[in-house]
Design a protein around this ligand. Structure first.
Ligand code: ZN
Length: 657
C-alpha cells in the first residue's frame, strides 16, 4: 500500500485541523482501509475559549461523515480533559457515554462524536488514525491470527484482544496502552477489528497506518495469500425476471416491508457464490462486527427464506439475555444472498443501503479468500456479533427509523422519462422514496441523474426486444417492479381527418397505444409480485372524454389506451394490481406544446396565449408537476381502494364535467 501524501496538496489544508481533514481524506480514498462511514480520526489542539482562556480540545470524526469527503465541519470539537477522564468511571452504559461526550462538545451544533472518542482522547499523541484495513482483518480472522499479528508487528504495537466498540473498549485500550506502550510504539492492533496509529503530525500518523497495513499485505504475499484466485464459476443462464421478483417478494415478506434486491452476476460475485467450500466459509460471520448492521451476521445460502428466518429468530432467542431489558428483534430477512447458480444478491430498504451492503460484502469475499489461503477463515463467535447488532445505541436508532417516505423499497418504471410530465414523474417518485427506472428515446435519460436509486435507459418502447432488455435491467438493478407510469406519447398537431394519412394514424397508434400493450403485458408478472400490490398510472388525455377537432389519431389512441387500462383494471384486480387513468389537459410546460402549437391553439379559440393557458373553469394553470404528483398519489395509500378510475386534472372543463 502506497502513501498518497502529496506536499502540494497538503499545503492547501492549513492548520492542525486542516491537516487532519487532508489525511483523513487520504485514508478514505483507499477502500481497502475504510468503507463508507468506517474508520475514524482525531487531532488534539489548544485553542482559546470565549473568555480567551487556553483550552485543550480534541476534534474527532463525527458520525454520519465519510472520511473520503470529510470537511472541518465533520469533526466534533470536545473539551479534552473531561472526555479523557470519562475512562476513569468504572462502568458507564454507552447511552451514558454518549451523553458524557455530547455534554462536552464546545460546539453544540457539531455532529455526534464517534463512539471511539474516549479511546482517541486517552492516547497521548496529537494525531490518531483508525481503520478496519482488509489486510489486517484477513490475518486477524484466522485460528492463529493473534500469533500471526504478533509475528508481523513485534513490539511496535500494543495488542488488544477483541472487545466490543464503545466504552468498554476505550477502557481496555487505555489500560493496555498504559501497561505495554514503549518508545517504539506506533500503533495498536485490535484483533478482529482494526488498527490504530498515532503521531505528532498528520503525515506521521497517516504514514504509520500505511506502514502497518503494508506489512500485513507483505505478510500475506509471503504466505501466498495475497493474489488469491477464486475458483472459476460455471457459466449459467441468468435467472428469469419472475424468479428474481419472486425472491424479492419473499425477502420483503420476511422483512415486513418492500425491499430492493440487486443481482450481481460478474465473475467475482459468481465465483464466490459457486465456491465449493461456500457453506463453511460464508456461514461464520462478518469480517468486522460493525458490518452486521448492514449485512446481518450471515448471508442466506440458496433460497430457503423460512429456514433463514427461523435460524435468525433462534440466534436472537439464544443471545437476547446478553442485555438487560426488552430488546426489539430486528426483521429476520437476509441482506446478502448467495445462490450458486445465480451469483450474489444484496437486499436493502434503499438503493443507497444496497450499494453499501454490496461494497461491504465484496470486501468480505476478498478477506475470506485471503484468510482461507492462510489456513482458514474464522470470525468472532455469534454472541460478539449480537452485541454490536443489538447494542443500546443501535436499538435507539431502530425507533427513529419508523418514518420513511411512502415508496421506500419500491420500484417504478416511467416511460418518456427524459422530458415533460415523465421527467417530473421521475422526481415525484424519487421524492417519495421509490427507486425509479426511466425509459426514453432520448439518450439524455441515461445521464440526467446520477444516484443509486435511478436507472435511466435509452429505449424504444415500440421495440419489444428493447423493452425485454429494459425489464431485465430493471429487475437486475432493483429486484422487481411495483409501479408503472405509462406516460410516453406523441401528438401530431392539426391534421383533420380529411387529410390524415394512414401512416400518420398508425405512427400515433403505435406509440400511444400498441407500445403500452407491450409494456403492460411485460410488467404484469412483476406487478403481480409487488410486495404491496402492483399499481399502474396511465397518463391519458382530456381528449378522451372531450375530443377536439384536428386530433383524431391522438384522441383515438388515448381513448384506446383508456379502454385498455379499464380492461386491465378488471383483469388484474384479482392479482391485487390497481390501474387508474389521469386525464390531464393544457399542461403547457411539456415537450408536446411548442410555442407554435400554443399560438395555433390559442388562435383557434380566439384567445391570447396567456388566457389560453388558464382557459378552464378554475382559471388555473395545470403544470406538469401537478400531474406527476397526482400520478404518484394514485399509486399511494390514499387511492388504495380505487381501481379503474379516470381522474381529470384540467382545472375544470364543462365538456368533461
Ligand atoms: Zn473501529
Amino acid at each position: 500500500m502506497q502513501s498518497l501524501w502529496n506536499d502540494a496538496e497538503a499545503s492547501r489544508f492549513p492548520g492542525d485541523l486542516g491537516q487532519r481533514v487532508y489525511t483523513s481524506r487520504l485514508l478514505g480514498r483507499n477502500a481497502d482501509l475504510v468503507l463508507h462511514g468506517g474508520g475514524n480520526t482525531s487531532v488534539k489542539v489548544r485553542k482559546p475559549d470565549l473568555f480567551g482562556d487556553e483550552l485543550d480540545v480534541i476534534y474527532v470524526k463525527g458520525s454520519g461523515w465519510n472520511l473520503v469527503t470529510i470537511e472541518a465541519a465533520g469533526f466534533a470539537p470536545l473539551r479534552l480533559e473531561p472526555v479523557r477522564r470519562l475512562v476513569e468511571i468504572p462502568d458507564l452504559s454507552d447511552t451514558q457515554m454518549v451523553q458524557g461526550l455530547r455534554s462536552n462538545l464546545i460546539d453544540p451544533t457539531a455532529p455526534s462524536p464517534s463512539v471511539e472518542t474516549i479511546l482517541h482522547a486517552n492516547l497521548p499523541h496529537k494525531y490518531v488514525d483508525h481503520t478496519h484495513a482488509d489486510a489486517f482483518v484477513a490475518i486477524s480472522n484466522t485460528a492463529d491470527g493473534p500469533a500471526r499479528v504478533r509475528e508481523i508487528y513485534g513490539d511496535e504495537v500494543v495488542y488488544i484482544p477483541y472487545v466490543m466498540p464503545g466504552f468498554r473498549l476505550a477502557r481496555r485500550c487505555a489500560e493496555l496502552f498504559a501497561q505495554y506502550a514503549t518508545d517504539k510504539t506506533i500503533g495498536m492492533a485490535l484483533l478482529n477489528h482494526g488498527l490504530f496509529t498515532f503521531g505528532e503530525t498528520a503525515r506521521e500518523s497517516y504514514e504509520r497506518m500505511i506502514d502497518l497495513v503494508s506489512r500485513a499485505e507483505a505478510y500475506l504475499q509471503r504466505q501466498g495469500a495475497w493474489q488469491v484466485k477464486l475458483p472459476s464459476p460455471v457459466e449459467q443462464a441468468p435467472p428469469s425476471r419472475e424468479a428474481i421478483a419472486d425472491l424479492r417478494h419473499q425477502v420483503s415478506t420476511f422483512a415486513g416491508a418492500p425491499m430492493l434486491l440487486r443481482l450481481h452476476r460478474d465473475a467475482h460475485a459468481r465465483a464466490f457464490a459457486a465456491h465449493p467450500e461456500l457453506a463453511r466459509i460464508s456461514q461464520q460471520g462478518p469480517i468486522t462486527p460493525d458490518h452486521v448492521l448492514y449485512t446481518k451476521r450471515l448471508p442466506l445460502l440458496g433460497d430457503d427464506l423460512a429456514a433463514y428466518a427461523k435460524a435468525y429468530r433462534d440466534y436472537f432467542a439464544a443471545c437476547q439475555n446478553r442485555f438487560p431489558g426488552q430488546l426489539q428483534q430486528l426483521d429476520p430477512a437476509p441482506r446478502v444472498i448467495l445462490k450458486p447458480e445465480w451469483g450474489l444478491l444484496t437486499a436493502g430498504r434503499t438503493a443507497r443501503i444496497n450499494r453499501r451492503i454490496e461494497d461491504l460484502y465484496r470486501h468480505t469475499i476478498d478477506v475470506i479468500a485471503r484468510a482461507e489461503a492462510l489456513g482458514g477463515y474464522q470470525a468472532l463467535p455469534a454472541a460478539d456479533i449480537f452485541d454490536v447488532e443489538y447494542w443500546e445505541l443501535e436499538q435507539a436508532k431502530v425507533k427513529v427509523q419508523a418514518n420513511q417516505p411512502m415508496f421506500t423499497g419500491e420500484v417504478v418504471l416511467v416511460t418518456g422519462a427524459a422530458s415533460g410530465i415523465g421527467r417530473v414523474c421521475v422526481d415525484a417518485f424519487l421524492a417519495r422514496g421509490a427507486a425509479v427506472v426511466g425509459l426514453d428515446l432520448n439518450p439524455v435519460v441515461a445521464t440526467q441523474l446520477d444516484r443509486p436509486d435511478y436507472l435511466g435507459l435509452q429505449s424504444d418502447i415500440c421495440d419489444e426486444a428493447a423493452l425485454e432488455a429494459a425489464f431485465d435491467a430493471t429487475v437486475t438493478a432493483f429486484g422487481g417492479l411495483d409501479m408503472l407510469v405509462l406516460n410516453a406519447g406523441i401528438f401530431k398537431a392539426g391534421t383533420s381527418i380529411a387529410e390524415l394519412s394512414l401512416a400518420a394514424w398508425q405512427e400515433t397508434m403505435q406509440v400511444n397505444l400498441d407500445a403500452n400493450l407491450s409494456l403492460l403485458r411485460l410488467a404484469h408478472p412483476l406487478l403481480r409480485l409487488a410486495p404491496n400490490g402492483g399499481r399502474v398510472a396511465v397518463i391519458a388525455s382530456k381528449n378522451v372524454p372531450a375530443p377536439g377537432p384536428g386530433a383524431a389519431a391522438y384522441s383515438a389512441s388515448k381513448a384506446g389506451l383508456t379502454q385498455l387500462a379499464r380492461v386491465a383494471a378488471l383483469e388484474w384486480a384479482a392479482d391485487g394490481i390497481r390501474v387508474n387513468v389521469l386525464h390531464p389537459n393544457a399542461v403547457f410546460d411539456t415537450g408536446l406544446w411548442t410555442e407554435e402549437v400554443l399560438q395555433d391553439r390559442a388562435a383557434r379559440y380566439g384567445l391570447s396565449v396567456e388566457a389560453y393557458r388558464r382557459n378552464n373553469l378554475l382559471q388555473t394553470e395545470v403544470r406538469s408537476t401537478d400531474v406527476a404528483n397526482l400520478a404518484a398519489a394514485l399509486c399511494g395509500p390514499l387511492f388504495a381502494r380505487t381501481t379503474g378510475a379516470q381522474i381529470p386534472i384540467d382545472g375544470g372543463n364543462e365538456r368533461v364535467i
